[in-house]
Design a protein around this ligand. Structure first.
Ligand code: GLC
Ligand code: GLC
Length: 643
């Protein structure tokens, strides 16, 4: 049954589009008809019928204006993306994330780094928060003071548009953060609220006394127990407690207020019209508050995403959404659209669980827990893609459930403790050099900061060639896992040249309390210069990664619409990843240990392989006399039948 677009929405759209040609007008109409039901349904879940109705018409007007004002070049991109709706799922998609200033100096410098990114095979560039932010500590830019201007030291909006243009010309999509849960306490909305403007006070969650904050805090976990304990901050001028999930100067906005939805819908289309192609929805789990819960991942979060997504699909459909929800594995899938949200929310989400499991497998040299945890997750919608990664700008939290641990005979708490000990280098024999982030004495939770190379043991082995080569092999194995999973592998800047922890991380003002800066070093030109020298650590790591990326791009089997499964465990040291593509089977074998490990040859035909070759070495593989394939320490094999 088709749902009619209300007359009032049609007429506001007419009004906005009056200057456009009949053809352009028609395109808008068709999109509106297609996506209006999503707007209507989402709003109905969030607001009163009267508010929903009024806001619906305003959102359509906003979408029409944004569509009208969209650069013709971007309208053309809309068309291209609609003709290739699986563009994010292609095996040639490779992501890279970096702070603009640490990677390229400023926005004008980004074009100069393009050849480097192209050499690696990057097609998706996430520039970390670069919108105007507060002075001093600003959580790496996640405290925005103005969504419509650029940090002055990086350039201005013209520079941003220029960057998107030069990237687009080279087939690279620009990804930017959209911080939806909070603004800086210095943002205009917050300033006006402090000045006593009630309209803006209602943009936030403000409480006159501790009654409600105490009641909420009874069930709220702490995100930054260490440097920002509690979830509310007293503000003298407001004469109230304001909700601040993260730092005291990051004010959570109140999404139950329809005006907030309108503001952010406008920001979405504004950024899209600058040429941004993917919006990373920062910390979206926290957007909706409900007493008696942990206030994360409430169903309304998905209704909000659905509305914003539908507005974007009408005005600027080239744009995609990526959910940043770092939550327990069983809660993760909802962000890619489960149940009635399927196909209506984000098409990308971080696979935090896979990331955690890879570090767990490497520390324990055992895949059993990971196989259990990965199998326990339902299949993500086939039109979505995971962001697979080893490291990002954030810490690693050990999102391993007690149930998964118990299913393989482990104690969840003890295992998480072990991982923190291992990666902070406190466990005897551990080569990891991580730092403990946000120790929470109430539950003994310890998260970990550190670069990939320092966590995996390359830094510790720098002067011991045998140990060094083994650690580099372990890294190659880990990368081969994320590159064979369904989704977009995302490289954290510097990891491609094995950057070590930054010993000077605390030197910059505002950073001293936040050791996540230890893995956010400036991209080191000396390491970059060594990338072709395979006698150097950066060279070995860069060449390995580049070869994996090229192999991945050549394998249609790895398209993200082809599900990834993990195979049965024959040897606890070998992870088996299978993909079943119409072209044939793909089997990835990953030895997560420093010893030789077997994989029974009779398994290959079970997964659909007859005479497999390992795409990574280019050679056919043959079982030994004992009927096993033997994998060298940290070997990664990508098996397919020759076509
Ligand atoms: C996200 C960011 C993190 C930031 C937080 C608050 O989790 O990745 O860096 O601290 O949101 O914005
Ligand atoms: C957010 C992220 C989480 C991160 C934290 C700050 O909660 O979701 O991954 O640990 O911010 O580091």
């Amino acid at each position: 049954m088709s749902i009619r677009v209300p007359e009032v929405c049609r007429s506001v759209a007419e009004e906005a589009l009056s200057t456009l040609s009949a053809e352009l007008h028609e395109v808008f109409d068709v999109r509106l008809q297609r996506w209006w039901p999503d707007i209507r349904e989402g709003l109905a879940q969030l607001y009163s019928p009267a508010d929903a109705q009024e806001l619906g018409a305003r959102l359509v007007y906003l979408a029409a204006c944004a569509y009208r004002d969209r650069d013709p070049e971007l309208r053309r991109l809309d068309l291209i993306r609609q003709l290739e709706p699986d563009w994010l799922q292609s095996p040639s998609m490779i992501g890279y994330a970096a702070y603009t200033e640490r990677f390229a100096g400023n926005l004008a410098g980004v074009a100069g780094q393009l050849p480097y990114l192209k050499e690696l095979g990057v097609t998706y560039l996430h520039l970390m928060p670069l919108l105007a932010t507060r002075e001093g500590d600003n959580d790496g830019g996640y405290a925005v003071t103005d969504y419509r201007s650029i940090r002055p030291d990086l350039g201005d909006m013209d520079d941003l548009r220029e960057v998107t243009r030069s990237l687009r010309a080279q087939g690279v999509s620009l990804v930017l953060d959209l911080v939806l849960n909070h603004v800086a306490a210095e943002h205009e909305w917050a300033r006006k609220a402090r000045e006593g403007n009630t309209r803006y006070r209602e943009y936030f969650h403000v409480f006159p006394d501790r009654t409600l904050p105490d009641a909420y805090e009874a069930t709220l976990p702490e995100v930054f127990p260490d440097f920002a304990p509690g979830s509310f901050t007293w503000d003298e001028e407001l004469q109230g407690w304001v909700w601040t999930t993260f730092n005291s100067w990051q004010w959570d906005v109140n999404w139950a207020n329809p005006e907030v939805m309108f503001e952010y819908a406008d920001i979405v289309t504004f950024l899209a019209n600058q040429g941004v192609e993917v919006l990373r929805l920062d910390a979206l789990a926290f957007m909706w508050k409900r007493m008696g819960t942990d206030c994360q991942g409430q169903p309304e979060v998905h209704a909000i995403t659905q509305v914003l997504r539908a507005v974007a699909r009408i005005a600027c459909p080239a744009v995609a959404f990526k959910a940043e929800a770092i939550v327990a594995p069983e809660k993760l899938l909802a962000y890619l659209g489960q149940g009635r949200f399927e196909g209506k929310v984000s098409e990308l989400a971080y696979h935090n669980s896979l990331m955690v499991q890879i570090w767990s497998m490497l520390a324990t040299q055992d895949v059993r827990l990971s196989v259990q945890a990965i199998r326990a997750m339902p299949v993500a919608p086939l039109n979505s893609a995971w962001i697979t990664y080893l490291r990002c700008h954030d810490d690693i939290g050990w999102a391993i459930s007690n149930e998964d641990a118990a299913a393989v005979g482990l104690d969840g708490y003890a295992h998480r403790t072990f991982l923190s000990d291992w990666y902070s280098g406190q466990f005897p024999g551990s080569p990891a050099r991580g730092l403990t982030f946000q120790y929470n004495p109430t539950n003994n939770d310890r998260r970990i900061s550190g670069t990939t190379a320092s966590l995996i043991g390359i830094e510790a082995a720098e002067h011991d060639p045998a140990a060094r080569d083994l650690a580099i092999r372990a890294l190659r194995c880990a990368n081969a896992i994320i590159l064979s999973w369904r989704g977009i592998p995302l490289i954290w800047s510097g990891d491609e040249v094995a950057t070590f922890n930054d010993p000077g991380w605390a030197a910059e003002p505002g950073h001293e309390d936040d050791n996540r800066w230890v893995h956010r070093a400036r991209l080191d030109p000396d390491r970059v210069a060594q990338r072709h020298d395979v006698s150097s650590i950066p060279g070995l790591v860069f060449q390995d990664l580049q070869a994996l990326i090229q192999a991945r791009a050549s394998l249609p089997h790895l398209h993200a619409a082809t599900p990834s499964w993990v195979g049965d465990v024959d040897d606890p040291g070998v992870l088996v990843v299978t993909r079943r593509h119409p072209l044939g089977a793909f089997v990835g074998l990953f030895n997560v240990t420093p010893g030789w490990r077997p994989w029974p040859a009779w398994r290959a035909p079970q997964y659909g392989l007859t005479a497999p070759i390992d795409v990574l070495s280019g050679d056919a593989v043959h079982p030994g006399d004992d009927g096993n394939y033997w994998l060298a320490p940290y070997a990664a094999w990508w098996l397919v039948d020759p076509v």
